[in-house]
Ligand binder design. Structure first.
Ligand SMILES: [Zn+2]
Length: 137
C-alpha cells in the first residue's frame, strides 16, 4: 500500500483500509523525557520511527498524533510533546504491526532508545526506533 506525506491534520486523507502506521519523528536536540510510567530516557537528537496500529479510524488516530493539545495517554504522546512528526506512512495488513516495527529496527543505524516503548502488549523490544541524525531512506 502506498505511503503518504500528510502532516497537517486538516489535510489528512488516509486510506481507510490502512491498519498500521509509521510516524517519522525528528527531535531537534538531545533531551531526557519522561515517558509516562515506562520511565525517563535520554533521547538523542535525530530521527525516530514509531510503529502503531489503529484498526478502526486510522485517520483520526494519525490526526491525534499531529495535534499538540491532548491528554497524554500512550508512550508516543509523551515523546510528541518534544519531537515533531516529519512523515507519516500507512500500511495494510500484509505485515503485522510488530513485523513493521522489527523491519524499522533492522535498519543499519537503528537503536532502541527506550525498551518497551509502545510495546506493552507484545514481545517486541520497542515500537520506537532511533535512526540517527541523518535519514538515508
Ligand atoms: Zn510488537
Amino acid at each position: 500500500m502506498a505511503s503518504s506525506r500528510m502532516l497537517q491534520p486538516a489535510s489528512i486523507d488516509i486510506d481507510a483500509a490502512a491498519r498500521y502506521y509509521q510516524l517519522t519523528l525528528y527531535l531537534k536536540s538531545a533531551e531526557e523525557i519522561q515517558i509516562g510510567r515506562l520511565g525517563r530516557f535520554l533521547f538523542q537528537a535525530g530521527f525516530y520511527i514509531y510503529t502503531g496500529s489503529a484498526k478502526k479510524g486510522i485517520s483520526s488516530r494519525v490526526a491525534r498524533h499531529l495535534r499538540k493539545e491532548k491528554k497524554l495517554r500512550w508512550h508516543i504522546d509523551y515523546l510528541l510533546e518534544r519531537a515533531e512528526v516529519v512523515d507519516v506512512a500507512v500500511f495494510g495488513d500484509d505485515k503485522s504491526e510488530c513485523e513493521l516495527a522489527s523491519l524499522a529496527l533492522s535498519r543499519p543505524t537503528a537503536e532502541v532508545p527506550a525498551k518497551g516503548f509502545g510495546a506493552s502488549d507484545c514481545r517486541c523490544e520497542s515500537h520506537l526506533v532511533y535512526l540517527g541524525n541523518e535519514l538515508d531512506c
